[in-house]
Design a protein around this ligand. Structure first.
Ligand SMILES: [Fe+2]
Length: 351
Protein backbone atom coordinates (compact mmCIF):
# COMPACT_ATOMS: atom_id res chain seq x y z
CA UNK A 1 0.00 0.00 0.00
CA UNK A 2 1.25 3.45 -0.82
CA UNK A 3 0.02 6.98 -0.27
CA UNK A 4 -0.05 8.83 -3.58
CA UNK A 5 -0.68 12.49 -4.28
CA UNK A 6 -3.77 13.20 -6.37
CA UNK A 7 -1.89 14.71 -9.31
CA UNK A 8 0.17 11.51 -9.53
CA UNK A 9 -2.83 9.20 -9.82
CA UNK A 10 -3.47 7.31 -13.01
CA UNK A 11 -6.36 5.32 -14.36
CA UNK A 12 -6.14 1.67 -13.39
CA UNK A 13 -4.61 2.16 -9.96
CA UNK A 14 -6.42 0.20 -7.26
CA UNK A 15 -7.58 1.85 -4.04
CA UNK A 16 -6.03 0.31 -0.95
CA UNK A 17 -8.35 2.12 1.51
CA UNK A 18 -11.80 3.68 1.42
CA UNK A 19 -11.86 7.37 0.55
CA UNK A 20 -14.17 9.61 2.58
CA UNK A 21 -15.54 13.04 1.79
CA UNK A 22 -15.47 15.91 4.26
CA UNK A 23 -18.63 14.75 5.99
CA UNK A 24 -17.30 11.26 6.55
CA UNK A 25 -19.25 9.47 3.82
CA UNK A 26 -17.43 6.88 1.79
CA UNK A 27 -16.80 8.22 -1.67
CA UNK A 28 -14.89 5.29 -3.10
CA UNK A 29 -14.38 1.83 -1.68
CA UNK A 30 -11.16 -0.07 -1.20
CA UNK A 31 -10.43 -2.43 -4.10
CA UNK A 32 -11.99 -0.18 -6.70
CA UNK A 33 -10.03 0.57 -9.88
CA UNK A 34 -9.58 4.28 -10.52
CA UNK A 35 -11.16 5.86 -13.59
CA UNK A 36 -10.41 9.29 -14.99
CA UNK A 37 -13.79 10.57 -13.75
CA UNK A 38 -13.00 9.46 -10.19
CA UNK A 39 -9.67 11.26 -10.28
CA UNK A 40 -11.33 14.44 -11.52
CA UNK A 41 -13.90 14.23 -8.72
CA UNK A 42 -11.20 13.72 -6.08
CA UNK A 43 -9.43 16.83 -7.37
CA UNK A 44 -12.68 18.81 -7.23
CA UNK A 45 -13.12 17.75 -3.61
CA UNK A 46 -9.67 19.07 -2.82
CA UNK A 47 -8.41 15.72 -1.57
CA UNK A 48 -4.62 15.73 -1.51
CA UNK A 49 -3.68 12.08 -1.47
CA UNK A 50 -5.12 8.58 -1.23
CA UNK A 51 -3.85 5.09 -0.56
CA UNK A 52 -3.42 2.80 -3.55
CA UNK A 53 -2.12 -0.71 -3.89
CA UNK A 54 1.63 -0.98 -4.26
CA UNK A 55 3.03 0.53 -7.36
CA UNK A 56 6.35 1.79 -8.47
CA UNK A 57 7.54 4.89 -6.73
CA UNK A 58 6.53 8.03 -8.58
CA UNK A 59 8.76 10.54 -6.90
CA UNK A 60 10.44 12.96 -9.31
CA UNK A 61 13.82 11.68 -8.29
CA UNK A 62 13.02 8.09 -9.02
CA UNK A 63 11.54 9.02 -12.36
CA UNK A 64 14.89 10.50 -13.22
CA UNK A 65 16.71 7.46 -12.02
CA UNK A 66 14.37 5.32 -14.05
CA UNK A 67 15.13 7.41 -17.09
CA UNK A 68 18.77 6.61 -16.88
CA UNK A 69 17.97 3.17 -15.59
CA UNK A 70 19.10 2.95 -12.04
CA UNK A 71 19.62 -0.80 -12.40
CA UNK A 72 21.82 -0.41 -15.45
CA UNK A 73 24.00 2.20 -13.79
CA UNK A 74 24.34 0.10 -10.68
CA UNK A 75 25.05 -3.00 -12.75
CA UNK A 76 27.89 -1.17 -14.46
CA UNK A 77 29.36 -0.12 -11.14
CA UNK A 78 29.06 -3.68 -9.85
CA UNK A 79 30.66 -5.05 -13.02
CA UNK A 80 33.57 -2.63 -12.67
CA UNK A 81 34.00 -3.78 -9.11
CA UNK A 82 33.92 -7.46 -10.11
CA UNK A 83 36.37 -6.91 -12.94
CA UNK A 84 38.76 -5.32 -10.53
CA UNK A 85 38.33 -8.17 -8.07
CA UNK A 86 39.20 -10.62 -10.82
CA UNK A 87 42.19 -8.41 -11.64
CA UNK A 88 40.69 -7.60 -15.02
CA UNK A 89 41.05 -4.10 -16.32
CA UNK A 90 38.36 -1.65 -15.36
CA UNK A 91 36.11 -0.38 -18.13
CA UNK A 92 36.60 3.32 -17.52
CA UNK A 93 34.69 4.20 -20.67
CA UNK A 94 31.63 2.27 -19.56
CA UNK A 95 31.52 4.06 -16.21
CA UNK A 96 32.05 7.39 -17.93
CA UNK A 97 29.10 6.69 -20.27
CA UNK A 98 26.87 5.94 -17.29
CA UNK A 99 27.90 9.12 -15.52
CA UNK A 100 27.22 11.13 -18.68
CA UNK A 101 23.74 9.55 -18.90
CA UNK A 102 23.10 10.32 -15.26
CA UNK A 103 24.26 13.89 -15.70
CA UNK A 104 22.11 14.44 -18.78
CA UNK A 105 19.08 13.05 -16.99
CA UNK A 106 19.69 15.47 -14.12
CA UNK A 107 20.10 18.43 -16.46
CA UNK A 108 17.15 17.45 -18.66
CA UNK A 109 14.84 17.05 -15.69
CA UNK A 110 16.07 20.37 -14.30
CA UNK A 111 16.57 18.68 -10.97
CA UNK A 112 17.93 21.39 -8.77
CA UNK A 113 17.30 19.89 -5.43
CA UNK A 114 17.16 16.42 -4.11
CA UNK A 115 14.68 14.94 -1.76
CA UNK A 116 17.33 12.68 -0.40
CA UNK A 117 15.10 10.54 1.76
CA UNK A 118 13.63 9.09 -1.38
CA UNK A 119 16.81 7.45 -2.49
CA UNK A 120 17.38 5.38 0.58
CA UNK A 121 15.30 2.42 -0.41
CA UNK A 122 17.92 0.52 -2.33
CA UNK A 123 18.87 -2.77 -0.77
CA UNK A 124 22.59 -3.22 -0.99
CA UNK A 125 24.39 -0.43 0.84
CA UNK A 126 27.72 -0.54 -0.95
CA UNK A 127 26.30 -0.39 -4.45
CA UNK A 128 23.58 2.11 -3.67
CA UNK A 129 25.93 4.23 -1.59
CA UNK A 130 28.28 4.87 -4.54
CA UNK A 131 25.34 5.71 -6.72
CA UNK A 132 23.70 8.06 -4.21
CA UNK A 133 27.01 9.80 -3.55
CA UNK A 134 27.46 10.30 -7.30
CA UNK A 135 24.01 11.87 -7.74
CA UNK A 136 24.46 14.17 -4.76
CA UNK A 137 28.01 15.14 -5.75
CA UNK A 138 26.89 16.01 -9.28
CA UNK A 139 24.05 18.13 -7.91
CA UNK A 140 26.46 20.00 -5.64
CA UNK A 141 28.79 20.44 -8.63
CA UNK A 142 25.92 21.85 -10.70
CA UNK A 143 25.14 24.30 -7.88
CA UNK A 144 28.79 25.37 -7.85
CA UNK A 145 28.59 26.06 -11.57
CA UNK A 146 31.09 23.43 -12.70
CA UNK A 147 31.27 22.81 -16.45
CA UNK A 148 29.91 19.54 -17.81
CA UNK A 149 33.36 18.07 -18.37
CA UNK A 150 34.19 18.50 -14.68
CA UNK A 151 30.83 17.13 -13.60
CA UNK A 152 31.58 13.91 -15.45
CA UNK A 153 34.95 13.54 -13.72
CA UNK A 154 33.35 14.37 -10.39
CA UNK A 155 30.63 11.75 -10.96
CA UNK A 156 33.21 9.12 -11.90
CA UNK A 157 35.24 9.86 -8.79
CA UNK A 158 32.10 9.62 -6.67
CA UNK A 159 31.02 6.30 -8.22
CA UNK A 160 34.46 4.84 -7.60
CA UNK A 161 35.29 6.59 -4.31
CA UNK A 162 35.09 3.49 -2.12
CA UNK A 163 36.47 1.03 -4.65
CA UNK A 164 39.44 0.33 -2.38
CA UNK A 165 37.04 -1.43 0.01
CA UNK A 166 37.34 -4.40 -2.35
CA UNK A 167 40.64 -5.08 -0.74
CA UNK A 168 39.09 -5.21 2.69
CA UNK A 169 37.67 -8.43 3.98
CA UNK A 170 33.89 -8.73 3.63
CA UNK A 171 33.56 -9.79 7.23
CA UNK A 172 35.29 -6.64 8.38
CA UNK A 173 32.88 -4.45 6.39
CA UNK A 174 29.83 -6.26 7.73
CA UNK A 175 31.05 -6.69 11.28
CA UNK A 176 28.19 -6.02 13.69
CA UNK A 177 30.21 -5.96 16.92
CA UNK A 178 32.36 -3.03 17.98
CA UNK A 179 35.32 -2.40 15.69
CA UNK A 180 38.77 -2.55 17.24
CA UNK A 181 41.47 0.04 16.60
CA UNK A 182 43.10 -2.43 14.27
CA UNK A 183 39.84 -2.81 12.34
CA UNK A 184 39.55 0.97 12.00
CA UNK A 185 43.11 1.28 10.79
CA UNK A 186 42.54 -1.39 8.17
CA UNK A 187 39.28 0.22 6.98
CA UNK A 188 41.05 3.55 6.66
CA UNK A 189 43.45 1.98 4.21
CA UNK A 190 40.69 1.66 1.57
CA UNK A 191 41.55 5.16 0.32
CA UNK A 192 45.14 4.30 -0.49
CA UNK A 193 44.21 0.80 -1.75
CA UNK A 194 41.73 2.36 -4.19
CA UNK A 195 44.23 4.94 -5.39
CA UNK A 196 46.89 2.29 -5.97
CA UNK A 197 44.43 -0.02 -7.73
CA UNK A 198 43.63 2.62 -10.32
CA UNK A 199 47.11 4.12 -10.57
CA UNK A 200 47.82 2.71 -14.00
CA UNK A 201 44.33 2.32 -15.39
CA UNK A 202 43.72 4.10 -18.69
CA UNK A 203 40.88 6.61 -18.81
CA UNK A 204 40.93 7.42 -15.10
CA UNK A 205 42.04 10.99 -14.59
CA UNK A 206 44.17 12.35 -11.79
CA UNK A 207 41.10 14.18 -10.39
CA UNK A 208 39.17 10.91 -10.16
CA UNK A 209 42.05 9.25 -8.35
CA UNK A 210 42.25 12.20 -5.97
CA UNK A 211 38.63 11.68 -5.00
CA UNK A 212 39.36 8.03 -4.23
CA UNK A 213 42.40 8.87 -2.11
CA UNK A 214 41.23 12.08 -0.42
CA UNK A 215 37.49 11.76 0.27
CA UNK A 216 38.18 11.15 3.99
CA UNK A 217 40.46 14.15 4.37
CA UNK A 218 38.99 17.08 6.33
CA UNK A 219 39.91 20.73 5.81
CA UNK A 220 41.26 21.11 9.37
CA UNK A 221 43.79 18.35 8.76
CA UNK A 222 42.04 15.74 10.91
CA UNK A 223 41.28 13.35 8.05
CA UNK A 224 43.19 10.56 6.38
CA UNK A 225 45.33 9.27 4.71
CA UNK A 226 47.43 12.45 4.23
CA UNK A 227 46.07 14.76 6.99
CA UNK A 228 45.76 17.35 4.22
CA UNK A 229 44.42 20.82 4.97
CA UNK A 230 42.29 23.39 3.14
CA UNK A 231 43.37 23.88 -0.48
CA UNK A 232 45.72 20.90 -0.29
CA UNK A 233 42.53 18.93 -0.83
CA UNK A 234 41.16 19.16 -4.38
CA UNK A 235 37.68 20.54 -5.05
CA UNK A 236 36.24 17.17 -6.10
CA UNK A 237 37.21 15.36 -2.87
CA UNK A 238 35.87 18.36 -0.91
CA UNK A 239 32.51 17.81 -2.65
CA UNK A 240 32.44 14.01 -2.40
CA UNK A 241 33.35 14.02 1.32
CA UNK A 242 30.11 15.86 2.14
CA UNK A 243 27.96 13.67 -0.11
CA UNK A 244 29.64 10.60 1.41
CA UNK A 245 29.07 11.70 5.02
CA UNK A 246 25.47 12.65 4.31
CA UNK A 247 24.59 9.36 2.64
CA UNK A 248 26.42 7.31 5.27
CA UNK A 249 24.67 9.17 8.10
CA UNK A 250 21.19 8.81 6.67
CA UNK A 251 21.48 5.14 5.61
CA UNK A 252 20.39 2.25 7.77
CA UNK A 253 23.21 -0.20 8.41
CA UNK A 254 23.51 -3.48 10.27
CA UNK A 255 24.74 -1.70 13.38
CA UNK A 256 22.70 1.49 13.32
CA UNK A 257 19.52 3.12 12.18
CA UNK A 258 20.08 6.02 9.81
CA UNK A 259 19.72 9.60 11.03
CA UNK A 260 16.93 11.70 9.54
CA UNK A 261 17.96 14.13 6.77
CA UNK A 262 17.29 16.98 9.23
CA UNK A 263 19.78 15.63 11.72
CA UNK A 264 22.40 14.94 9.08
CA UNK A 265 22.02 18.41 7.54
CA UNK A 266 22.35 19.97 10.99
CA UNK A 267 25.57 18.08 11.70
CA UNK A 268 27.09 18.95 8.32
CA UNK A 269 26.16 22.61 8.69
CA UNK A 270 27.75 22.74 12.14
CA UNK A 271 31.00 21.38 10.68
CA UNK A 272 31.18 23.96 7.90
CA UNK A 273 34.53 25.73 7.96
CA UNK A 274 35.85 23.18 10.42
CA UNK A 275 35.72 19.80 8.68
CA UNK A 276 34.04 20.84 5.45
CA UNK A 277 34.70 23.57 2.92
CA UNK A 278 32.23 26.44 3.60
CA UNK A 279 31.50 27.12 -0.09
CA UNK A 280 30.83 23.47 -0.81
CA UNK A 281 28.70 23.15 2.34
CA UNK A 282 26.66 26.14 1.16
CA UNK A 283 26.07 24.47 -2.20
CA UNK A 284 25.15 21.23 -0.43
CA UNK A 285 22.64 23.02 1.83
CA UNK A 286 21.06 24.65 -1.19
CA UNK A 287 20.85 21.25 -2.88
CA UNK A 288 19.39 19.00 -0.25
CA UNK A 289 15.86 19.82 0.71
CA UNK A 290 14.71 17.06 2.98
CA UNK A 291 11.00 17.65 2.57
CA UNK A 292 10.09 19.94 -0.35
CA UNK A 293 6.60 21.39 -0.78
CA UNK A 294 4.23 18.64 -1.85
CA UNK A 295 6.06 15.86 0.02
CA UNK A 296 3.74 13.54 1.84
CA UNK A 297 5.42 13.01 5.20
CA UNK A 298 5.03 10.76 8.20
CA UNK A 299 5.17 12.28 11.67
CA UNK A 300 6.60 10.65 14.79
CA UNK A 301 3.11 10.00 16.19
CA UNK A 302 1.99 8.17 13.02
CA UNK A 303 -0.01 11.02 11.46
CA UNK A 304 0.50 11.74 7.80
CA UNK A 305 0.55 15.19 6.27
CA UNK A 306 1.62 17.12 3.23
CA UNK A 307 4.22 19.89 3.26
CA UNK A 308 2.61 23.13 2.11
CA UNK A 309 5.38 25.63 2.87
CA UNK A 310 9.10 25.54 3.62
CA UNK A 311 11.49 28.17 4.90
CA UNK A 312 14.67 28.28 2.77
CA UNK A 313 16.61 29.81 5.68
CA UNK A 314 15.44 27.36 8.29
CA UNK A 315 14.96 23.84 7.05
CA UNK A 316 13.50 22.68 10.35
CA UNK A 317 10.50 24.94 9.76
CA UNK A 318 7.73 23.37 7.73
CA UNK A 319 4.07 24.13 7.31
CA UNK A 320 2.15 20.88 7.24
CA UNK A 321 -1.41 20.10 6.39
CA UNK A 322 -2.49 16.93 8.16
CA UNK A 323 -4.16 14.35 5.96
CA UNK A 324 -4.54 11.17 8.02
CA UNK A 325 -4.53 10.38 11.71
CA UNK A 326 -2.32 7.70 13.25
CA UNK A 327 -4.87 5.01 12.35
CA UNK A 328 -4.93 6.08 8.72
CA UNK A 329 -8.35 7.76 8.94
CA UNK A 330 -8.58 10.85 6.76
CA UNK A 331 -9.12 14.15 8.57
CA UNK A 332 -12.38 15.80 7.68
CA UNK A 333 -11.35 19.36 8.35
CA UNK A 334 -8.39 21.47 7.48
CA UNK A 335 -5.57 21.07 10.01
CA UNK A 336 -2.56 23.08 9.05
CA UNK A 337 0.23 23.90 11.47
CA UNK A 338 3.81 25.07 11.61
CA UNK A 339 6.35 22.52 12.65
CA UNK A 340 9.66 23.73 14.00
CA UNK A 341 12.30 22.85 16.57
CA UNK A 342 9.97 23.71 19.45
CA UNK A 343 7.12 21.41 18.48
CA UNK A 344 6.97 17.85 19.79
CA UNK A 345 5.90 16.60 16.42
CA UNK A 346 8.73 15.67 14.09
CA UNK A 347 8.86 14.46 10.53
CA UNK A 348 10.32 10.96 10.48
CA UNK A 349 10.23 10.26 6.79
CA UNK A 350 8.52 10.39 3.46
CA UNK A 351 5.32 8.39 3.42
FE1 LIG B 1 35.38 5.88 1.95
Amino acid sequence: MQLVRIHQLNEGMVLARDVYDNSGRVLLFEGIELKESFITRLKELDIYAIYVENMEDLSPFDQTVKLISKEEAMKTTKKAVQDLTLKKSIKAKQIKDEVVNLLHAIIKQRIVCLCISEIQSYDSYTESHSFNVAVLSILIGVKLGLPEKDLVELGMGAILHDIGKLYLQQKLLNKSEKLTNMDFNEIKRHTQYGYDMLANVDGISHEVKEVIRDHHERINGSGYPGRLKQAEIGLFPRIVMIADVFDAMTSDRIYKQGATPYEAIKVIRSMSGFLFDPEVTKAFLATVVPYPVGSVVKLNDGQIGIVTETNPNKESELKIKLLFDEKGIMYKNNREFLLDNDTDLKVVGIS
